[in-house]
Design a protein around this ligand. Structure first.
Ligand SMILES: [Zn+2]
Ligand SMILES: [Zn+2]
Length: 79
């Protein structure tokens, strides 16, 4: 068997840790969409998508309402 080498190019959190981080981001942003100020069904969006250098870090996350979130993804064409 070959030696298992762990390659970890970026930080990825487990489910529980990510959930906590999400709550922190939502609290930081006051549970408001940072684009339009809506409080409806806010979600957390990765500013730098995970396919690039997007870390699961507070600075990389932003609170958005579903409508603005969709717009961001449509403009970027990357999930
Ligand atoms: Zn919005
Ligand atoms: Zn997103």
């Amino acid at each position: 068997m070959s030696v298992l080498r762990q390659k970890r190019p970026r930080l990825r959190l487990d489910r529980t840790a990510y959930h906590e981080l999400r709550e922190e981001v939502l609290a930081r942003d006051g549970w408001r969409c940072q684009f339009c100020g809506s409080l409806n069904g806010v979600e957390v969006h990765h500013l730098e998508s995970r396919s690039r250098l997007g870390d699961d870090a507070e600075e990389n996350l932003i609170t958005l309402c579903p409508a603005c979130h969709r717009k961001v993804h449509r403009n970027r064409a990357v999930v």
